[in-house]
Design a protein around this ligand. Structure first.
Ligand code: DC
Length: 227
């Protein structure tokens, strides 16, 4: 069976992937896979279920069976129901991101999420946001983009985002956390964060989101003949 068009966008934390993927998916009228949310959900849900933080097989079993519904609230905010409970805010904290990065280093957890992620590829198309979208989950994706930005810029963006949400954050501490998460995500033995040779790299350090969205859309239109 041939896959519907897939646009894989990978990159490190804070590279602006989330915003760019959401806007590109909306502009193309395609589905969106936020794969990072799945790792955040595994870490959050397994902890809430009382699993030991070192229990890889238990986390993998949880990942296979967790009941997730992605959606939006009536006011348009993100909604994620995990076992019927709203967890969208709970999984977006820095500590939830760090916990996600730890469970994401386990091969059994990654394997448990492969089919769930591939199931998002349905017509008219999919924008897939993550670390291994182009390398492991959708190696045959029609277009692969590697979106990056300097570590300082990514820490500053995350700081601004958190402050806007009313969450107090310390820029120096955030920079250290981002550096640690980068190191863990890029050096793990399974599915490390890499730009595949066939990916188009966009460095967004000095680019406003509108420009990045326009660049990705123009690549997608040229490659897929859509829009
Ligand atoms: O994109 P994010 O910040 O929501 O991702 C949270 C963590 O999950 C990130 O530190 C690494 C991991 N992750 C991954 O290993 N593979 C993916 N495809 C997406 C996220």
């Amino acid at each position: 069976m041939s896959l519907p068009p897939v646009l894989a966008i990978d990159g490190p934390s804070g590279s602006g992937k989330g915003t760019v993927c959401r806007r590109v998916a909306a502009a193309l009228g395609w589905h969106l896979l936020d794969s990072g949310a799945l790792y955040r959900l595994v870490a959050h849900g397994a902890a809430a279920a009382g699993l030991d933080a070192t229990d890889e097989a238990g986390h993998a079993a949880y990942a296979r069976t967790m009941d997730v519904v992605f959606g939006a609230t009536p006011s348009g905010d993100e909604s994620i129901l995990l076992g019927g409970l709203e967890v969208a805010s709970a999984i977006r904290t820095e500590s939830a991101g760090a916990a996600a990065s730890r469970v994401a280093a386990w091969s059994a957890v990654r394997a448990a999420l492969v089919e769930r992620q591939r199931a998002f590829a349905v017509p008219p198309g999919l924008v897939a946001d993550g670390r291994d979208m182009g390398s492991v989950i959708f190696p045959e994706a029609g277009l692969k983009v590697f979106l990056t930005a300097s570590a300082e810029e990514r820490a500053a963006r995350r700081h601004k985002q958190l402050m806007e949400k009313g969450i107090n954050a310390n820029l120096a501490a955030l920079s250290l956390e981002i550096a640690e998460r980068d190191r863990r995500d890029a050096t793990r033995p399974v599915a490390p964060l890499v730009a595949t040779p066939d990916a188009v790299t966009i460095d967004s350090t000095r680019l406003p989101p509108d420009t990045v969205v326009a660049q990705v859309l123009s690549l997608a239109r040229a490659r897929f003949g859509v829009g």
